[in-house]
Ligand binder design. Sequence first.
Ligand code: C5P
Length: 215
Amino acid sequence: MARILITSGPTRQYLDPVRFLSNASSGRMGCALAAAALAAGHEAVVVTGPVEIAYPPGAEVIQVVSTEDMLEACLRVFPGCDGLVAVAAPCDYRPIKTAAHKISKTGALLVLDLVETPDVVAALAAIKTSQWIVAFALETQDERLRAMQKLERKNGDLVVLNGPAALCAADTQVEVLDRAGSVLAASSGRKEDVAREVFAVIERRLIQSPRPEER
Ligand code: C5P
């Protein structure tokens, strides 16, 4: 039995008390992966940004708002987990400062200065001990190449490649790649079914059998 950390959903970066930057991630794939992990007898801790879906009752759910909050929650939980499945779509940028009051219209150009937020996967990879890491990559060009580069950069074990049509949709299409660039699985259809197939690869490659460097 493994304890698995799943990051899920979007994050929000507030410009002022009522406006934020975000994206269309629904949390559905994170929900489906948590369900697949629980059904296989594992524990799932889901760190999620604001979503409308309900995660499976057996999952431990930690709600967060910003990418910084997501990182903070994950840094707390990750040391007690066996692995990470990072399916969240955290905002990559935040405003340099959040206005204390609602920004009023002036008729003039409004310029936002944005800075990068922390990369949750990379930060967890930097402190990992024996944990395995599965990242997701949403690409629109040179998909496999970019997914592999991401896997390398974020120091993960597997990467799940999907396209932009997966965002906020009921269906998805994925490929699971390892560090050697081998396609371990290709799956399309309802996210629940795809998640079960992706999770089966995770079980086979990372939970049941040790990674090559540990053999
Ligand atoms: O670099 P990119 O955002 O395309 O990488 C996607 C992967 O990185 C996903 O696994 C996503 O959950 C994770 N990620 C993250 N923190 C960020 C941005 C992405 O953990 N700030």
